[in-house]
Design a protein around this ligand. Structure first.
Ligand SMILES: *[C@@H]1O[C@H](CO)[C@@H](O)[C@H](O)[C@H]1NC(C)=O
Ligand SMILES: *[C@@H]1O[C@H](CO)[C@@H](O)[C@H](O)[C@H]1NC(C)=O
Ligand SMILES: *[C@@H]1O[C@H](CO)[C@@H](O)[C@H](O)[C@H]1NC(C)=O
Ligand SMILES: *[C@@H]1O[C@H](CO)[C@@H](O)[C@H](O)[C@H]1NC(C)=O
Ligand SMILES: *[C@@H]1O[C@H](CO)[C@@H](O)[C@H](O)[C@H]1NC(C)=O
Ligand SMILES: *[C@@H]1O[C@H](CO)[C@@H](O)[C@H](O)[C@H]1NC(C)=O
Ligand SMILES: *[C@@H]1O[C@H](CO)[C@@H](O)[C@H](O)[C@H]1NC(C)=O
Length: 573
């Protein structure tokens, strides 16, 4: 076995000497995909990313070629895995923080921490032997004091979890019992030493961390300890830190940090990290922190050398393109073409803001059926019944392209005071909505921007009464990003044949993407989706009896272009 491994490695080295390097584009997981952690098992790569209060949470993506990523499952997909936690979460950016994904002796593990509920941080360790289904276990719970748990299986069977600041503890993966914490390293002086991962290689424990905060000063730094001295150290910092950063540069890919390293089947090293496509201006970045890939050279006994993160990368030969992976999740970046009456289940890439109210979403003969929530997308803070905590009637998918078209057909709401529409949603306090509203006098379109903590003027609400023929019909609502700075919102009337009636298109509004960049959602990224509300009428979390459902059909999302630098897009224009 040992001889075989050595031979395979040797062949790998020889192959590499002659292999052509590959070119690829970042980000590899575009759209809101922060804090990636990945592992390679039997030639398939698996990555998990953060989701905060979105549900289902902790998506696990799989790929055989590092480029085509399929949504395999969500580690957190059932309310019963963490009863009551979601509805107990008030803030917009609490919930599931940065996770680590590891594989050990036949089992996949996703370790994470849930923040923002009374009683402190909940450590959660999900397990499965089949990451292509939502078969992840109820979590083993543990009680960490700091965020960003790592999971490291040492050769002697001891399991360690390092966390922010940096603390190191043993973790019993069956009971959740944590050992005494030690503090192996504090980083090089940047704020928030966090996101630790430990690797054992060539007689050293390598400790990789993120520091400097997750924005402009973000960086990846490393230290190592001799295995003979033990995992607790002492650790010596790398003299050439940081290993990777975009700090102080005018790169288009900023905030590079929070990395994880892994090998392909040839033994070549790769890294993933989060990055934000903003350029040094930090003004327009609706998709937030995305996952980038970079080749790593890691010679024996040395520290790893990471390639600078850019839009166009060159490095180790990639495995040949391959899409044969099990499961029924879509590939990231593929278009959505969802016709609800023909679908039996909700598409796997759609997500909610917290666990939805029971029976709020269904697929019916009339399409995607949504029970309007009493609270609108913003809700009323301080009012548990109206703040959206117990169910916001919103469902969306990530914006995964700089330029895209998204359109949905909505059936005109039947009851007065009801609104059904489409939105670019960052948080409950930063969203851009185009709704169809039933009022006393008929039907109208309403564009509304909610945008807190932004530096651009918030556009005024705009209402457009719709002419008689629209009143009982189907209306196509469309959001288009035709460039990297603006969204445009429009509506058209759809005829009985399902086609837009010529000349019916109404261009309703154009809004800056700065309204949904940062603001109250510096950790998250935009979703595009649909919502339904009765705007505060009713009692508790429910709309008045007889409000009726909202129906959506013909859900289409199509990516048009990705920005890869300040001036270039793919495809190029
Ligand atoms: C990986 O391959 C080994 C050997 O064929 C097999 O026993 C194991 O189940 C595989 N694991 C996964 C996750 O595919
Ligand atoms: C980290 O910082 C704390 C507080 O300043 C200090 O007590 C501790 O010794 C430091 N740890 C290391 C490993 O340097
Ligand atoms: C191929 O990529 C690796 C990893 O980035 C790099 O070390 C090597 O120099 C590249 N080889 C060539 C011929 O460019
Ligand atoms: C998206 O919009 C562009 C520009 O208006 C248009 O050329 C393209 O056909 C649209 N695609 C879809 C799928 O609607
Ligand atoms: C709309 O439908 C209602 C009943 O569903 C009907 O009373 C009304 O006349 C219709 N209006 C138009 C303009 O077709
Ligand atoms: C971007 O698109 C919007 C909406 O179509 C338009 O108003 C704006 O002028 C465009 N900006 C640039 C720089 O092309
Ligand atoms: C949401 O509803 C509240 C009252 O329930 C209202 O004050 C607020 O203006 C609404 N905001 C939006 C964006 O609809």
């Amino acid at each position: 076995m040992r001889v075989l491994t050595t031979l395979t490695a040797l062949v790998g080295v020889l192959e590499n000497a002659f292999a052509a390097n590959s070119t690829f584009y970042n980000p590899i997981l575009p759209g809101w995909h922060s804090d990636p952690s990945c592992a390679q098992v039997n030639g398939t790569f698996y990555c998990v990313t953060s989701t905060f209060i979105a549900f289902p949470g902790l998506p696990v993506y799989a790929s055989k070629d590092l480029i085509n990523w399929k949504l395999a499952s969500h580690a957190w997909s059932r309310e019963s895995q963490l009863p009551g936690l979601s509805w107990g979460t008030v803030e917009q950016q609490q919930g599931m923080y940065a996770a680590t994904l590891r594989y050990h002796e036949g089992t996949f593990y996703v370790i994470c921490e849930y923040l923002g509920v009374p009683g402190g941080i909940r450590g959660v360790l999900f397990k499965t032997t089949d990451p292509f289904t939502d078969s992840w276990s109820d979590p083993v719970l543990f009680k960490p004091t700091k965020i960003d748990p790592d999971l490291f299986f040492d050769d002697d069977g001891t399991v360690y979890s390092a966390t922010q600041t940096i603390l190191l503890q043993t973790l019993n993966i069956n009971t959740g019992e944590l050992g005494e914490a030690t503090n192996p390293w504090n980083g090089t002086g940047g704020v928030w030493p966090e996101g630790p991962h430990i690797y054992k290689k060539d007689g050293y424990y390598y400790l990789l961390i993120a520091e400097g905060g997750t924005a402009e000063d973000h960086a990846v730094t490393m230290a190592r300890a001799k295995v003979s001295d033990g995992i607790e150290g002492p650790y010596t910092p790398y003299e050439k830190n940081p290993v990777l950063t975009a700090r102080g540069t005018d790169a288009y890919f900023q905030t590079v940090g929070h990395a994880d390293l892994f090998q392909d089947t040839k033994g070549n090293w790769w890294g993933v990290a989060l990055a934000t496509r903003t350029g040094p201006e930090h003004e327009i970045y609706p998709m937030g922190r995305e996952t980038v890939l970079f080749p790593v050279t890691w010679e024996e006994g040395e520290y790893p050398i990471a390639s600078t993160v850019r839009g166009k990368m060159s490095g180790w030969e990639l495995p040949p393109p391959k899409r044969d992976l099990p499961g029924d999740g879509p590939f990231v970046s593929d278009p959505d073409e969802y016709d609800f009456p023909t679908l039996s289940a909700l598409p796997r890439n759609l997500m909610y803001w917290r666990v939805p109210a029971s029976k709020a979403f269904a697929i019916s003969r009339q399409g995607l059926e949504v029970v309007p929530s009493r609270n609108n997308l913003t809700g009323v803070m301080g009012d548990v019944e109206l703040n959206g905590q117990s169910g916001l009637s919103f469902i969306g998918r990530r914006q995964e392209h700089t330029e895209f078209n998204y359109s949905v057909d909505v059936t005109a709401p039947k009851s007065e005071g009801t609104e059904a529409g489409v939105t670019v949603f960052l948080t409950q306090f930063n969203h851009l909505d185009l709704g169809v509203m039933r009022t006393k006098s008929g039907l109208s379109l309403r564009f509304r921007a909610e945008a807190q903590s932004v530096s651009v003027p918030v556009p005024a609400t705009k209402s457009i009464p719709l002419p008689k023929p629209w009143v009982n019909g189907t209306i196509r609502l469309e959001i288009q990003a035709g460039n990297r700075t603006h969204y445009s919102f429009s509506a058209s009337r759809v005829g009985d044949n399902g086609k837009v009636i010529k000349g019916s298109r109404q261009d309703v509004a154009v809004a800056s993407a700065a309204l949904v960049s940062g603001g109250t959602g510096t950790f998250v990224g935009t979703l595009v989706g649909v919502y339904a509300t009765c705007e505060g009428a009713g009692k508790g979390a429910s709309c008045p009896a007889g409000t009726g459902q909202a129906y959506f059909n013909r859900w289409r999302y199509q990516g048009e272009a990705q920005a890869i630098s300040a001036t270039e897009t793919v495809p190029s224009k």
